[in-house]
Design a protein around this ligand. Structure first.
Ligand code: FES
Length: 585
Protein backbone atom coordinates (compact mmCIF):
# COMPACT_ATOMS: atom_id res chain seq x y z
CA UNK A 1 0.00 0.00 0.00
CA UNK A 2 1.42 3.42 -0.93
CA UNK A 3 0.53 6.78 0.55
CA UNK A 4 -1.05 9.28 -1.82
CA UNK A 5 0.55 12.76 -1.61
CA UNK A 6 -2.89 14.41 -1.50
CA UNK A 7 -3.62 12.47 1.66
CA UNK A 8 -0.85 14.21 3.53
CA UNK A 9 -2.51 16.65 5.89
CA UNK A 10 -1.56 19.66 7.92
CA UNK A 11 -1.01 17.57 10.99
CA UNK A 12 2.49 16.56 10.00
CA UNK A 13 5.16 16.72 12.64
CA UNK A 14 8.10 19.06 12.09
CA UNK A 15 11.23 17.57 10.51
CA UNK A 16 12.77 17.36 13.98
CA UNK A 17 9.60 16.12 15.63
CA UNK A 18 7.44 13.03 15.52
CA UNK A 19 9.18 9.86 14.45
CA UNK A 20 12.34 11.84 13.61
CA UNK A 21 13.00 12.68 17.26
CA UNK A 22 15.88 11.20 19.20
CA UNK A 23 17.31 8.99 16.50
CA UNK A 24 19.65 6.19 17.47
CA UNK A 25 23.14 7.32 16.56
CA UNK A 26 24.86 5.35 13.81
CA UNK A 27 26.69 8.42 12.46
CA UNK A 28 24.13 8.68 9.66
CA UNK A 29 20.81 10.29 10.63
CA UNK A 30 19.18 9.42 7.33
CA UNK A 31 19.93 5.74 7.84
CA UNK A 32 18.72 5.86 11.44
CA UNK A 33 15.34 7.22 10.35
CA UNK A 34 15.19 4.74 7.46
CA UNK A 35 15.84 1.89 9.88
CA UNK A 36 13.34 3.13 12.46
CA UNK A 37 10.60 3.44 9.88
CA UNK A 38 11.36 0.01 8.52
CA UNK A 39 10.85 -1.51 11.97
CA UNK A 40 7.68 0.38 12.82
CA UNK A 41 6.24 -0.45 9.41
CA UNK A 42 6.60 -4.05 10.48
CA UNK A 43 3.62 -3.25 12.71
CA UNK A 44 1.64 -2.11 9.66
CA UNK A 45 2.02 1.67 9.86
CA UNK A 46 1.98 3.84 6.72
CA UNK A 47 4.18 6.86 6.05
CA UNK A 48 1.08 8.99 6.37
CA UNK A 49 0.50 7.80 9.90
CA UNK A 50 4.17 8.15 10.81
CA UNK A 51 4.23 11.77 9.61
CA UNK A 52 1.74 12.79 12.32
CA UNK A 53 2.67 14.32 15.68
CA UNK A 54 3.44 11.38 17.93
CA UNK A 55 1.64 11.21 21.27
CA UNK A 56 3.17 8.77 23.72
CA UNK A 57 0.84 7.07 26.18
CA UNK A 58 2.51 6.00 29.42
CA UNK A 59 0.41 2.90 30.06
CA UNK A 60 0.34 1.65 33.62
CA UNK A 61 -2.28 -1.07 33.44
CA UNK A 62 -1.19 -4.09 35.46
CA UNK A 63 -2.85 -7.14 36.94
CA UNK A 64 -1.25 -6.06 40.20
CA UNK A 65 -2.93 -2.66 40.04
CA UNK A 66 -6.75 -2.77 40.27
CA UNK A 67 -6.73 1.01 40.75
CA UNK A 68 -5.73 1.08 37.05
CA UNK A 69 -8.10 -1.70 36.03
CA UNK A 70 -9.81 0.54 33.46
CA UNK A 71 -6.55 1.27 31.63
CA UNK A 72 -7.55 -0.69 28.48
CA UNK A 73 -10.77 1.34 28.11
CA UNK A 74 -8.93 4.58 28.81
CA UNK A 75 -6.34 3.79 26.16
CA UNK A 76 -9.08 3.06 23.62
CA UNK A 77 -10.73 6.43 24.32
CA UNK A 78 -7.37 8.21 24.38
CA UNK A 79 -6.39 6.75 21.03
CA UNK A 80 -9.72 7.90 19.59
CA UNK A 81 -9.10 11.43 20.83
CA UNK A 82 -5.55 11.51 19.51
CA UNK A 83 -6.48 10.14 16.08
CA UNK A 84 -9.47 12.50 15.73
CA UNK A 85 -7.17 15.44 16.48
CA UNK A 86 -4.61 14.33 13.90
CA UNK A 87 -1.99 12.70 16.08
CA UNK A 88 -0.49 9.23 16.21
CA UNK A 89 -0.98 7.39 19.53
CA UNK A 90 1.94 5.24 20.67
CA UNK A 91 1.49 3.48 23.98
CA UNK A 92 4.39 2.17 26.00
CA UNK A 93 4.62 0.43 29.37
CA UNK A 94 6.20 1.79 32.50
CA UNK A 95 6.36 0.60 36.07
CA UNK A 96 2.97 0.56 37.78
CA UNK A 97 2.59 0.80 41.57
CA UNK A 98 -0.34 -0.21 43.76
CA UNK A 99 -0.39 0.49 47.48
CA UNK A 100 -1.10 -3.09 48.49
CA UNK A 101 1.16 -4.82 45.99
CA UNK A 102 4.51 -3.02 46.27
CA UNK A 103 6.81 -4.11 49.09
CA UNK A 104 8.32 -2.81 51.25
CA UNK A 105 6.23 0.25 50.38
CA UNK A 106 5.18 1.88 47.12
CA UNK A 107 6.96 5.07 48.23
CA UNK A 108 10.27 3.21 48.10
CA UNK A 109 9.63 2.69 44.37
CA UNK A 110 8.11 6.08 43.49
CA UNK A 111 11.44 7.57 42.47
CA UNK A 112 12.28 4.49 40.39
CA UNK A 113 8.97 4.88 38.55
CA UNK A 114 9.75 8.55 37.98
CA UNK A 115 13.13 7.64 36.49
CA UNK A 116 11.48 5.01 34.26
CA UNK A 117 8.85 7.53 33.12
CA UNK A 118 11.39 10.30 32.46
CA UNK A 119 13.82 8.13 30.55
CA UNK A 120 11.16 6.44 28.41
CA UNK A 121 9.74 9.85 27.48
CA UNK A 122 13.26 10.99 26.59
CA UNK A 123 14.31 7.84 24.80
CA UNK A 124 11.34 7.28 22.51
CA UNK A 125 10.16 9.61 19.76
CA UNK A 126 7.14 11.59 20.88
CA UNK A 127 5.95 15.21 20.71
CA UNK A 128 3.77 15.02 23.81
CA UNK A 129 2.89 12.40 26.37
CA UNK A 130 -0.29 11.35 28.15
CA UNK A 131 0.36 9.83 31.56
CA UNK A 132 -2.22 7.33 32.78
CA UNK A 133 -2.00 7.32 36.55
CA UNK A 134 -4.19 7.08 39.59
CA UNK A 135 -3.01 4.96 42.49
CA UNK A 136 -1.20 6.99 45.12
CA UNK A 137 2.43 7.06 43.95
CA UNK A 138 1.79 6.80 40.23
CA UNK A 139 0.67 10.37 39.55
CA UNK A 140 3.54 11.90 41.59
CA UNK A 141 6.06 9.62 39.88
CA UNK A 142 4.68 10.47 36.45
CA UNK A 143 4.61 14.21 37.09
CA UNK A 144 8.15 14.14 38.51
CA UNK A 145 9.37 12.24 35.46
CA UNK A 146 7.46 14.37 32.97
CA UNK A 147 8.65 17.57 34.68
CA UNK A 148 12.25 16.46 34.19
CA UNK A 149 11.67 15.23 30.62
CA UNK A 150 10.31 18.65 29.62
CA UNK A 151 7.81 17.72 26.88
CA UNK A 152 4.15 18.75 26.77
CA UNK A 153 2.40 16.38 29.16
CA UNK A 154 -1.23 15.61 30.00
CA UNK A 155 -2.14 13.70 33.13
CA UNK A 156 -5.03 11.29 32.64
CA UNK A 157 -6.37 10.13 35.99
CA UNK A 158 -7.82 6.60 36.10
CA UNK A 159 -10.62 7.79 38.40
CA UNK A 160 -12.10 6.66 41.69
CA UNK A 161 -13.80 3.36 42.45
CA UNK A 162 -17.54 3.19 43.14
CA UNK A 163 -18.74 2.94 46.72
CA UNK A 164 -20.17 -0.31 48.09
CA UNK A 165 -22.81 -1.15 50.67
CA UNK A 166 -22.49 -3.18 53.84
CA UNK A 167 -25.79 -3.98 55.56
CA UNK A 168 -27.26 -0.80 54.03
CA UNK A 169 -24.34 1.35 55.10
CA UNK A 170 -22.40 2.99 52.30
CA UNK A 171 -18.72 2.05 52.43
CA UNK A 172 -15.58 2.76 50.44
CA UNK A 173 -11.84 2.27 50.59
CA UNK A 174 -10.07 3.05 52.55
CA UNK A 175 -11.31 5.17 55.45
CA UNK A 176 -13.99 2.56 56.04
CA UNK A 177 -11.38 -0.24 55.80
CA UNK A 178 -9.63 1.28 58.80
CA UNK A 179 -12.86 1.98 60.66
CA UNK A 180 -14.10 -1.59 60.30
CA UNK A 181 -10.71 -3.08 61.16
CA UNK A 182 -10.59 -0.89 64.30
CA UNK A 183 -14.07 -2.21 65.22
CA UNK A 184 -12.83 -5.77 64.72
CA UNK A 185 -9.74 -5.13 66.88
CA UNK A 186 -11.97 -3.67 69.56
CA UNK A 187 -14.19 -6.80 69.29
CA UNK A 188 -17.20 -4.68 68.30
CA UNK A 189 -17.73 -6.88 65.21
CA UNK A 190 -16.86 -10.53 64.63
CA UNK A 191 -14.76 -12.32 62.01
CA UNK A 192 -17.81 -13.12 59.85
CA UNK A 193 -18.82 -9.48 59.61
CA UNK A 194 -15.32 -8.23 58.88
CA UNK A 195 -15.13 -10.84 56.08
CA UNK A 196 -18.48 -9.59 54.72
CA UNK A 197 -17.38 -5.99 54.64
CA UNK A 198 -14.14 -7.02 52.94
CA UNK A 199 -16.25 -7.86 49.86
CA UNK A 200 -17.91 -4.45 49.78
CA UNK A 201 -15.15 -1.93 50.47
CA UNK A 202 -13.87 -1.84 46.88
CA UNK A 203 -16.94 -2.01 44.66
CA UNK A 204 -15.19 -1.58 41.30
CA UNK A 205 -11.83 -0.89 39.73
CA UNK A 206 -10.47 2.59 40.34
CA UNK A 207 -8.71 4.51 43.07
CA UNK A 208 -9.77 4.88 46.70
CA UNK A 209 -13.12 6.62 46.92
CA UNK A 210 -12.30 9.11 49.67
CA UNK A 211 -9.99 12.13 49.76
CA UNK A 212 -6.91 9.96 50.15
CA UNK A 213 -3.64 10.46 48.35
CA UNK A 214 -4.93 9.32 44.95
CA UNK A 215 -7.91 11.69 44.97
CA UNK A 216 -5.74 14.47 46.38
CA UNK A 217 -3.16 14.07 43.63
CA UNK A 218 -5.94 13.98 41.02
CA UNK A 219 -7.23 17.34 42.31
CA UNK A 220 -3.70 18.71 42.48
CA UNK A 221 -2.97 17.61 38.91
CA UNK A 222 -6.04 19.54 37.76
CA UNK A 223 -5.13 22.55 39.92
CA UNK A 224 -1.64 22.52 38.39
CA UNK A 225 -3.25 22.72 34.95
CA UNK A 226 -2.02 19.32 33.80
CA UNK A 227 -5.39 17.61 33.23
CA UNK A 228 -8.19 18.66 30.94
CA UNK A 229 -10.94 20.60 32.71
CA UNK A 230 -12.88 18.28 34.97
CA UNK A 231 -10.21 15.60 34.75
CA UNK A 232 -9.94 14.92 38.49
CA UNK A 233 -13.31 13.66 39.59
CA UNK A 234 -15.13 11.24 37.22
CA UNK A 235 -15.19 7.71 38.67
CA UNK A 236 -13.19 5.09 36.81
CA UNK A 237 -16.09 3.15 35.30
CA UNK A 238 -18.20 6.06 34.02
CA UNK A 239 -18.83 7.49 30.58
CA UNK A 240 -17.56 10.84 31.89
CA UNK A 241 -14.17 9.24 32.60
CA UNK A 242 -13.99 7.92 29.04
CA UNK A 243 -14.90 11.34 27.66
CA UNK A 244 -12.11 12.85 29.76
CA UNK A 245 -9.75 10.30 28.19
CA UNK A 246 -10.86 11.24 24.67
CA UNK A 247 -10.44 14.94 25.47
CA UNK A 248 -7.02 14.26 26.99
CA UNK A 249 -5.92 12.74 23.69
CA UNK A 250 -7.06 15.81 21.79
CA UNK A 251 -5.43 18.12 24.35
CA UNK A 252 -2.13 16.30 23.97
CA UNK A 253 -2.17 16.80 20.20
CA UNK A 254 -2.99 20.49 20.70
CA UNK A 255 -0.20 20.86 23.26
CA UNK A 256 2.24 19.12 20.91
CA UNK A 257 1.36 21.47 18.06
CA UNK A 258 1.56 24.54 20.32
CA UNK A 259 4.83 23.33 21.91
CA UNK A 260 3.13 23.80 25.26
CA UNK A 261 5.97 22.32 27.24
CA UNK A 262 5.51 21.41 30.88
CA UNK A 263 7.65 24.30 32.16
CA UNK A 264 4.98 26.69 30.84
CA UNK A 265 2.39 24.95 32.99
CA UNK A 266 4.36 24.10 36.14
CA UNK A 267 5.12 27.68 37.20
CA UNK A 268 5.43 29.06 40.72
CA UNK A 269 1.86 30.35 40.41
CA UNK A 270 0.59 26.90 39.43
CA UNK A 271 2.27 25.36 42.48
CA UNK A 272 0.75 28.03 44.70
CA UNK A 273 -2.69 27.19 43.26
CA UNK A 274 -2.03 23.52 44.02
CA UNK A 275 -1.10 24.37 47.62
CA UNK A 276 -4.39 26.27 48.02
CA UNK A 277 -6.34 23.37 46.62
CA UNK A 278 -4.54 20.88 48.86
CA UNK A 279 -5.56 22.92 51.90
CA UNK A 280 -9.14 23.50 50.74
CA UNK A 281 -9.88 19.86 49.96
CA UNK A 282 -8.55 18.60 53.31
CA UNK A 283 -6.15 16.62 51.18
CA UNK A 284 -3.71 13.88 52.08
CA UNK A 285 -0.58 14.83 53.98
CA UNK A 286 1.34 12.69 51.50
CA UNK A 287 0.64 15.27 48.83
CA UNK A 288 2.98 17.73 50.56
CA UNK A 289 5.88 15.34 50.02
CA UNK A 290 4.86 14.67 46.42
CA UNK A 291 4.24 18.33 45.61
CA UNK A 292 7.66 19.21 47.07
CA UNK A 293 9.24 16.55 44.85
CA UNK A 294 7.46 17.73 41.68
CA UNK A 295 8.30 21.37 42.48
CA UNK A 296 11.89 20.36 43.16
CA UNK A 297 12.17 18.93 39.66
CA UNK A 298 11.20 22.35 38.30
CA UNK A 299 13.74 24.18 40.49
CA UNK A 300 11.28 25.30 43.17
CA UNK A 301 11.23 24.61 46.87
CA UNK A 302 7.92 24.55 48.76
CA UNK A 303 7.95 26.96 51.66
CA UNK A 304 6.20 24.94 54.37
CA UNK A 305 5.90 27.92 56.71
CA UNK A 306 4.14 29.78 53.91
CA UNK A 307 1.89 26.75 53.37
CA UNK A 308 0.95 27.01 57.02
CA UNK A 309 0.24 30.75 56.64
CA UNK A 310 -1.88 30.03 53.57
CA UNK A 311 -3.76 27.47 55.65
CA UNK A 312 -4.88 30.15 58.08
CA UNK A 313 -6.98 31.84 55.38
CA UNK A 314 -7.85 28.78 53.29
CA UNK A 315 -10.79 26.90 54.81
CA UNK A 316 -11.57 23.26 54.10
CA UNK A 317 -14.52 23.38 51.72
CA UNK A 318 -14.77 19.81 50.51
CA UNK A 319 -16.95 17.57 52.65
CA UNK A 320 -15.28 14.26 51.81
CA UNK A 321 -14.04 11.47 54.05
CA UNK A 322 -11.82 11.28 56.04
CA UNK A 323 -12.33 14.98 56.99
CA UNK A 324 -16.03 14.99 56.06
CA UNK A 325 -18.88 12.72 54.95
CA UNK A 326 -18.98 12.18 51.20
CA UNK A 327 -17.08 10.18 48.57
CA UNK A 328 -15.37 11.10 45.29
CA UNK A 329 -18.38 10.18 43.16
CA UNK A 330 -20.43 12.70 45.17
CA UNK A 331 -17.78 15.34 44.47
CA UNK A 332 -18.11 14.56 40.78
CA UNK A 333 -21.89 14.85 40.91
CA UNK A 334 -21.44 18.20 42.66
CA UNK A 335 -19.51 19.56 39.69
CA UNK A 336 -16.02 18.39 40.63
CA UNK A 337 -13.10 20.75 40.62
CA UNK A 338 -14.99 23.51 38.78
CA UNK A 339 -17.27 23.89 41.81
CA UNK A 340 -14.33 24.00 44.19
CA UNK A 341 -12.22 26.34 42.05
CA UNK A 342 -15.16 28.71 41.57
CA UNK A 343 -15.45 29.04 45.34
CA UNK A 344 -11.68 29.48 45.75
CA UNK A 345 -11.35 32.02 42.94
CA UNK A 346 -10.27 35.00 45.08
CA UNK A 347 -7.37 32.93 46.44
CA UNK A 348 -6.10 31.58 43.12
CA UNK A 349 -3.79 32.79 40.36
CA UNK A 350 -6.38 32.71 37.59
CA UNK A 351 -3.84 33.56 34.90
CA UNK A 352 -2.00 30.25 35.31
CA UNK A 353 -1.97 28.39 32.00
CA UNK A 354 -3.42 24.90 31.62
CA UNK A 355 -2.47 22.16 29.21
CA UNK A 356 -5.64 22.79 27.18
CA UNK A 357 -4.32 26.25 26.32
CA UNK A 358 -6.87 28.06 28.50
CA UNK A 359 -5.96 29.82 31.71
CA UNK A 360 -7.33 28.42 34.96
CA UNK A 361 -9.70 31.41 35.19
CA UNK A 362 -10.97 30.75 31.67
CA UNK A 363 -11.51 27.10 32.55
CA UNK A 364 -13.64 28.11 35.53
CA UNK A 365 -15.73 30.45 33.34
CA UNK A 366 -16.16 27.80 30.67
CA UNK A 367 -17.56 25.39 33.27
CA UNK A 368 -20.62 27.65 33.59
CA UNK A 369 -22.50 28.71 36.71
CA UNK A 370 -22.62 26.65 39.87
CA UNK A 371 -25.71 24.86 41.18
CA UNK A 372 -27.11 23.71 44.51
CA UNK A 373 -25.13 20.87 46.01
CA UNK A 374 -23.93 19.84 49.48
CA UNK A 375 -20.43 18.52 48.88
CA UNK A 376 -18.43 21.71 48.29
CA UNK A 377 -19.17 24.29 50.97
CA UNK A 378 -18.98 28.06 50.52
CA UNK A 379 -16.07 29.93 52.10
CA UNK A 380 -18.59 31.53 54.43
CA UNK A 381 -19.71 28.10 55.67
CA UNK A 382 -16.68 25.80 55.56
CA UNK A 383 -16.43 22.39 57.16
CA UNK A 384 -13.19 23.51 58.81
CA UNK A 385 -12.28 27.15 59.13
CA UNK A 386 -8.55 26.67 58.41
CA UNK A 387 -6.72 24.57 55.85
CA UNK A 388 -6.58 20.85 56.46
CA UNK A 389 -2.86 20.69 57.21
CA UNK A 390 -0.82 22.56 59.84
CA UNK A 391 2.98 22.73 59.92
CA UNK A 392 4.56 22.25 63.35
CA UNK A 393 7.97 23.40 64.62
CA UNK A 394 9.96 22.75 67.76
CA UNK A 395 13.00 21.01 69.16
CA UNK A 396 11.56 17.60 68.31
CA UNK A 397 11.26 18.62 64.64
CA UNK A 398 13.76 21.37 63.81
CA UNK A 399 12.99 20.91 60.09
CA UNK A 400 9.25 20.79 60.68
CA UNK A 401 6.49 18.23 61.00
CA UNK A 402 2.88 18.21 59.91
CA UNK A 403 -0.52 17.29 61.25
CA UNK A 404 -3.78 16.88 59.36
CA UNK A 405 -5.77 19.01 61.74
CA UNK A 406 -9.04 18.56 59.87
CA UNK A 407 -8.90 14.81 60.57
CA UNK A 408 -7.62 15.17 64.16
CA UNK A 409 -9.46 15.09 67.48
CA UNK A 410 -9.96 18.72 68.66
CA UNK A 411 -9.55 17.61 72.29
CA UNK A 412 -6.05 16.30 71.63
CA UNK A 413 -4.69 19.15 69.55
CA UNK A 414 -3.52 20.94 72.72
CA UNK A 415 -1.96 18.13 74.69
CA UNK A 416 1.01 17.31 76.90
CA UNK A 417 1.79 13.70 77.68
CA UNK A 418 4.29 11.02 78.50
CA UNK A 419 6.11 9.44 75.56
CA UNK A 420 5.70 5.71 74.93
CA UNK A 421 8.48 5.01 72.44
CA UNK A 422 8.85 2.31 69.80
CA UNK A 423 12.30 2.12 68.19
CA UNK A 424 11.08 0.91 64.79
CA UNK A 425 8.18 -0.80 63.02
CA UNK A 426 9.22 -4.26 64.22
CA UNK A 427 9.35 -3.07 67.83
CA UNK A 428 5.89 -1.58 67.39
CA UNK A 429 4.49 -4.83 66.00
CA UNK A 430 6.07 -6.82 68.81
CA UNK A 431 4.80 -4.70 71.72
CA UNK A 432 1.79 -2.56 70.78
CA UNK A 433 -0.76 -5.21 71.77
CA UNK A 434 1.14 -6.60 74.75
CA UNK A 435 -0.99 -6.83 77.88
CA UNK A 436 1.88 -5.45 79.97
CA UNK A 437 2.54 -2.39 77.78
CA UNK A 438 2.82 0.58 80.11
CA UNK A 439 0.44 2.97 78.38
CA UNK A 440 -2.59 5.13 79.08
CA UNK A 441 -4.91 7.08 76.80
CA UNK A 442 -3.17 10.32 77.84
CA UNK A 443 0.26 9.10 76.67
CA UNK A 444 1.83 10.01 73.34
CA UNK A 445 2.90 7.14 71.11
CA UNK A 446 6.24 7.77 69.37
CA UNK A 447 7.53 5.64 66.50
CA UNK A 448 11.11 6.11 65.23
CA UNK A 449 12.88 4.98 62.07
CA UNK A 450 10.06 5.02 59.54
CA UNK A 451 11.38 8.06 57.65
CA UNK A 452 12.79 8.13 54.10
CA UNK A 453 15.99 6.29 55.11
CA UNK A 454 14.75 4.58 58.22
CA UNK A 455 12.35 1.94 56.96
CA UNK A 456 13.42 2.68 54.12
CA UNK A 457 10.91 4.45 51.91
CA UNK A 458 8.91 6.31 54.53
CA UNK A 459 6.05 3.81 54.78
CA UNK A 460 2.53 4.77 55.79
CA UNK A 461 3.11 3.42 59.29
CA UNK A 462 2.54 6.75 61.03
CA UNK A 463 -1.04 5.74 61.77
CA UNK A 464 0.01 3.72 64.82
CA UNK A 465 -2.75 1.42 66.02
CA UNK A 466 -4.32 2.17 69.37
CA UNK A 467 -2.83 -0.40 71.82
CA UNK A 468 -5.22 -3.32 72.04
CA UNK A 469 -6.02 -2.96 75.70
CA UNK A 470 -6.94 0.72 75.18
CA UNK A 471 -8.91 -0.02 72.00
CA UNK A 472 -10.95 -2.60 73.90
CA UNK A 473 -11.57 0.01 76.58
CA UNK A 474 -13.06 2.29 73.93
CA UNK A 475 -10.12 4.61 73.21
CA UNK A 476 -10.47 5.82 69.62
CA UNK A 477 -7.62 8.33 69.31
CA UNK A 478 -4.29 9.23 70.88
CA UNK A 479 -1.52 11.64 69.91
CA UNK A 480 0.91 9.73 67.74
CA UNK A 481 4.24 11.04 66.42
CA UNK A 482 6.64 9.62 63.83
CA UNK A 483 8.99 10.44 60.98
CA UNK A 484 6.82 8.42 58.61
CA UNK A 485 3.71 9.09 56.58
CA UNK A 486 0.13 7.96 56.90
CA UNK A 487 -2.44 7.04 54.34
CA UNK A 488 -4.53 9.95 53.17
CA UNK A 489 -7.56 7.89 54.08
CA UNK A 490 -6.59 7.72 57.76
CA UNK A 491 -7.78 9.96 60.58
CA UNK A 492 -6.65 10.82 64.10
CA UNK A 493 -4.34 13.19 65.98
CA UNK A 494 -1.24 12.10 64.16
CA UNK A 495 1.99 14.07 63.75
CA UNK A 496 3.98 13.00 60.69
CA UNK A 497 7.05 13.75 58.57
CA UNK A 498 9.26 14.74 61.52
CA UNK A 499 12.42 16.27 59.99
CA UNK A 500 15.22 15.33 60.41
CA UNK A 501 14.19 11.70 60.74
CA UNK A 502 15.57 9.42 63.46
CA UNK A 503 17.70 7.40 61.03
CA UNK A 504 19.86 10.43 60.21
CA UNK A 505 20.22 11.46 63.86
CA UNK A 506 17.33 13.87 64.28
CA UNK A 507 16.23 14.63 67.86
CA UNK A 508 13.48 12.04 67.41
CA UNK A 509 16.21 9.38 67.62
CA UNK A 510 16.89 10.37 71.22
CA UNK A 511 13.38 10.42 72.67
CA UNK A 512 12.92 7.90 75.49
CA UNK A 513 9.81 6.43 77.05
CA UNK A 514 8.81 8.60 79.97
CA UNK A 515 9.94 11.89 78.38
CA UNK A 516 7.22 14.48 78.17
CA UNK A 517 6.10 15.97 74.85
CA UNK A 518 3.92 19.01 74.24
CA UNK A 519 1.75 19.40 71.15
CA UNK A 520 0.00 22.68 70.48
CA UNK A 521 -1.60 22.91 67.08
CA UNK A 522 -2.79 26.42 67.88
CA UNK A 523 0.80 27.54 68.44
CA UNK A 524 2.13 25.14 65.78
CA UNK A 525 4.41 23.70 68.45
CA UNK A 526 5.96 20.25 68.89
CA UNK A 527 8.28 20.28 71.88
CA UNK A 528 10.23 17.54 73.60
CA UNK A 529 10.46 18.72 77.21
CA UNK A 530 14.06 17.59 77.59
CA UNK A 531 16.98 20.02 77.85
CA UNK A 532 19.39 20.57 74.96
CA UNK A 533 22.25 19.40 77.18
CA UNK A 534 20.50 16.13 77.98
CA UNK A 535 19.67 15.55 74.31
CA UNK A 536 23.30 16.20 73.35
CA UNK A 537 24.47 13.76 76.02
CA UNK A 538 22.08 11.10 74.71
CA UNK A 539 23.37 11.69 71.15
CA UNK A 540 26.96 11.24 72.33
CA UNK A 541 26.22 8.07 74.25
CA UNK A 542 24.20 6.45 71.43
CA UNK A 543 25.32 7.97 68.10
CA UNK A 544 23.07 7.17 65.16
CA UNK A 545 24.50 5.19 62.26
CA UNK A 546 22.50 5.79 59.09
CA UNK A 547 21.45 2.66 57.19
CA UNK A 548 23.46 1.63 54.15
CA UNK A 549 23.26 -1.10 51.52
CA UNK A 550 25.84 -2.97 49.49
CA UNK A 551 24.25 -2.89 46.05
CA UNK A 552 21.30 -2.36 43.78
CA UNK A 553 18.34 -0.04 44.03
CA UNK A 554 18.48 -0.12 47.84
CA UNK A 555 21.99 1.37 47.71
CA UNK A 556 20.90 4.00 45.20
CA UNK A 557 17.95 4.82 47.44
CA UNK A 558 19.83 5.04 50.74
CA UNK A 559 22.72 7.00 49.26
CA UNK A 560 20.54 9.62 47.63
CA UNK A 561 17.12 10.00 49.21
CA UNK A 562 16.35 13.46 50.59
CA UNK A 563 14.27 14.26 53.66
CA UNK A 564 10.48 14.64 53.59
CA UNK A 565 10.51 18.44 53.34
CA UNK A 566 12.44 18.09 50.07
CA UNK A 567 10.02 15.55 48.69
CA UNK A 568 12.05 12.43 49.52
CA UNK A 569 13.32 12.65 45.96
CA UNK A 570 16.81 11.59 44.96
CA UNK A 571 19.20 14.51 45.18
CA UNK A 572 20.69 13.79 41.75
CA UNK A 573 17.29 14.01 40.04
CA UNK A 574 16.80 17.63 40.98
CA UNK A 575 18.34 20.54 39.08
CA UNK A 576 21.59 21.85 40.50
CA UNK A 577 20.71 25.56 40.18
CA UNK A 578 19.58 27.27 43.37
CA UNK A 579 15.92 26.85 44.20
CA UNK A 580 13.22 29.51 43.99
CA UNK A 581 10.73 29.44 46.85
CA UNK A 582 7.01 28.80 46.33
CA UNK A 583 5.12 30.91 47.08
CA UNK A 584 7.46 33.67 45.97
CA UNK A 585 6.93 36.01 48.93
FE1 FES B 1 -4.80 2.64 44.86
FE2 FES B 1 -5.92 3.55 47.24
S1 FES B 1 -4.89 1.67 46.81
S2 FES B 1 -5.67 4.56 45.34
Amino acid sequence: MSDRPEDKNQDQATPQGGMSKGLTSYGDAGFSLFLRKAFIKGAGFTDRALDRPVIGIAATGSAYNPCHGNAPQLIEALRRGILMAGGLPMEFPTISLHESFAAPTSMYLRNLMSIDTEEMIRAQPMDAVVLIGGCDKTVPAQLMGAASAGLPAVQLITGSMLTGSHRSERVGACTDCRRYWAKFRAEEIDAAEVADVNNQLVASVGTCSVMGTASTMACIAEALGLTVAGGASPPAVTADRMRVAEESGAAAVGAARARLTIDRILTARAFENAMRVLLAIGGSTNAIVHLAAIAGRMGFSLDLKALDRMGRDTPVLLDLKPSGQHYMEDFHHAGGMATLLRELKPLLHLDALTISGWTLGEQIERAGPGFRQDVVRSRANPIYREGGIAVLQGNLAPGGAIIKQSAANPELMEHEGRAVVFENAADLAARIDAADLDVTAQDILVLKNIGPKGAPGMPEAGYLPIPLKLARAGVKDMVRISDGRMSGTAFGTIVLHVVPEAAVGGPLAHVRSGDRIRLSVTRRELTLLVSDAELAARARSAPVVSPTAERGYRKLFLDNVLQADEGADFAFLQPTASRRPVPDS
